[in-house]
Ligand binder design. Structure first.
Ligand SMILES: *Cc1c(COP(=O)(O)O)cnc(C)c1O
Length: 371
């Protein structure tokens, strides 16, 4: 097979038609309101809350600062229980707040934090749990909440992958004390860079709004050492346009998911983690697990695809707990995280995005199936 001419990446950002942006630009140029809660920012907050089915949402400049700010909103300190199987920003947000991450292993089916292993990691310093809905699939929200209630802990979900996901007929983002979203270019819904915090009430949203603006509560009052994490009007305008196309984009992702699942489940040694029950999924990622029975190792398959100009990603390898700023922590030891380690060594995320052509997808499938 000839290498494909154009590289096929794990994702490609969706962009609305360029001419639709022009009226928004004109309005920004006329009003000269570029940031600080302008009209597009307000409109996007309203429309997103409506679309996602949540009460209150605060927009931020990116998902990482949303995590950092969410932790400050709830005054989280000491130790926080989290997963090593995620993007590094999850744990980085703890270090930025002077909090010690405590890694707990994942559950082999959902690949999310294993609630059965959380209790053993709780100490007198634990103040919160920071789980991730990995690939957008729901964590075991009920059991995590039970533990949090027993021990008086807060729960903040890193829902960076979970835009639009519904669990048991409700937004997944309603669980926990706060959820954060990322609108980075690589995510299901993008504003180039961007993020949000989903809040349970207006009071909490007001605290987030203060914290994302240096801690200003009004012109002369600063209530906390807040950061600058405001979403600007250009980002918000992009978001308003993206919202018009998001349903179609997710629908196309669903088709691609179905096709991969049908074709690859027949390949010996390839496992496609199943779709979660009771969930309306956003198909943010298509992970496969390369098992021992497959003729190539995971990295062998990764290299083979790259030689054909196809660029899958090993999300999430290495584990966060293996990076230098974390590996000295007691909870980072290998024996504490056997499931996460095994999954990190066999996972591969395949290209999935709205404009992926059927031909390109077939090429990916044929290479994996060895046709
Ligand atoms: C993308 C991502 C983030 C960070 O979001 P940014 O908007 O890129 O700052 C945090 N957590 C997870 C799990 C992510 O995938």
């Amino acid at each position: 097979m000839n290498p494909s001419e154009k590289p096929i990446y794990v994702t490609q950002p969706f962009l609305p038609p360029l001419d639709e942006l022009q009226p928004y630009l004109k309005q920004i140029w006329e009003s000269k309101q570029l940031t600080n809660g302008g009209p597009f920012h307000q409109e996007l907050e309203r429309k997103l809350a409506d679309y996602l089915g949540v009460e209150h949402i605060a927009l931020l400049s990116n998902g990482t600062l949303a995590l950092v700010t969410a932790l400050q909103t709830l005054r989280i300190t000491g130790e926080v229980i989290t997963t090593p199987f995620s993007f590094v920003a999850t744990s980085h947000s703890l270090l930025w707040n002077g909090i010690r991450p405590v890694f707990v292993d994942i559950e082999p089916v959902t690949l999310n934090l294993d609630p059965e292993k959380i209790e053993a990691a709780i100490t007198p310093h634990t103040t919160a749990i920071l789980p991730v809905h990995v690939y957008g699939k729901p964590s075991d929200v009920d059991n995590i909440q039970k533990i949090a209630d027993i021990y008086g802990l807060k729960v903040i979900y890193d829902a960076a992958h979970s835009f639009g996901v519904k669990y048991k007929d409700e937004s997944l983002l309603k669980h926990g004390d706060l959820s954060i979203l990322s609108f980075h270019a690589t995510k299901v819904f993008n504003t180039f860079e961007g993020g949000a915090i989903v809040c349970p009430d207006a009071k909490t949203k007001r605290r987030v709004d203060d914290l994302k603006n240096f801690g200003f509560a009004n012109e002369v009052t600063v209530v906390a050492p807040g950061i600058n994490a405001k979403m600007n009007e250009l980002q918000a305008a992009i978001g308003l346009l993206q919202l018009k196309y998001i349903d179609k984009a997710i629908e196309r992702r669903r088709e691609i998911d179905t096709q991969y699942r049908e074709q690859l489940s027949r390949v010996t040694g390839i496992t496609c983690p199943s779709l979660p029950p009771d969930t309306v999924y956003n198909h943010a990622y298509f992970p496969i697990l390369v098992e021992k029975e497959y003729p190539l190792s995971r990295d062998g398959l990764y290299d083979k695809l790259r030689q054909h100009n196809i660029f899958p990603r090993r999300y999430f390898y290495p584990l966060i707990s293996d990076f230098p700023m974390y590996r000295g922590l007691p909870s980072a030891v290998q024996s504490n995280l056997p499931v996460a380690r095994k999954v990190a060594d066999k996972v591969l995320c395949l290209p999935i995005y709205p404009l992926l052509t059927s031909e390109a997808q077939e090429q990916v499938i044929d290479l994996i199936a060895g046709n």
